[in-house]
Write a protein that binds this ligand. Structure first.
Ligand code: HEM
Length: 177
């Protein structure tokens, strides 16, 4: 099987098995899925907290939102640390491990592949090419929407988190964060 470098387009057959996603990439994927799910749900309840319920309904005896926030922050830390470990794997993993972390901007083959795939999605081409790993369009979508989005979520999340430590980690803790 001949594969075009950079774009990953299969140029000629016969198709053979290729090992693409290594174990750390898969593990990171599912850890991130779990964290984002937990962050989304707990984030919702941070923004729209549950009312105090039960006998007396005295808010001072409840710590429900406190626990929800703690779970949110724990998932946030796991998400961030897993992302840092994943960055290490970008360096030591196979070349598919780098795929969603960059755009091969200067590669003509990559842009050609992107437009070929766009043509297929737009019903201009009747058949899709075969690709090893993400096709260029998927790579671009994941880089811009997922990887950059994740960086923004981690940075903004920790930006909010830092408000709880207005004088730095060694200073008094503010009740707001
Ligand atoms: C997928 C990623 C994340 C999602 C979807 C998410 C979602 C949310 C939402 C919806 C809120 C409520 C905002 C409001 O009420 O105005 C929130 C608050 C917050 N998040 Fe996240 N978050 C994410 C990641 C993180 C990370 C990585 C951290 C870092 C620890 C973090 C820390 C915080 C903090 C400190 C608050 C404010 C809590 C408060 O004021 O009580 N978040 N998040």
């Amino acid at each position: 099987m001949r594969v075009e470098p950079v774009s990953g387009r299969v140029l000629s057959g016969p198709l053979t098995d290729v090992y693409v996603y290594e174990a750390p990439v898969r593990l990171w994927h599912w850890v991130t899925v779990l964290c984002i799910t937990v962050l989304g749900v707990t984030g919702y309840f941070i923004s729209a907290p549950l009312p105090a319920m039960g006998v007396g309904a005295d808010a001072s005896t409840y710590f429900v939102t406190g626990w929800i926030r703690m779970v949110h922050f724990t998932a946030g830390w796991i998400l961030a640390v897993a992302f840092l470990v994943r960055l290490y794997w970008v360096i030591v993993g196979n070349h598919h491990a780098r795929s969603i972390f960059y755009i091969p901007f200067w590669s003509g083959a990559w842009w050609r592949g992107l437009f070929r795939q766009a043509g297929y999605y737009a019903f201009v081409r009747s058949e899709s090419d075969h690709w090893i790993g993400h096709n260029p369009m998927a790579q671009a979508a994941m880089f811009f929407m997922f990887t950059l989005g994740l960086v923004v979520m981690i940075l903004t999340g920790f930006g909010l988190y830092a408000q709880g430590y207005p004088t730095g980690g060694s200073g008094p803790r503010c009740s707001a964060g």
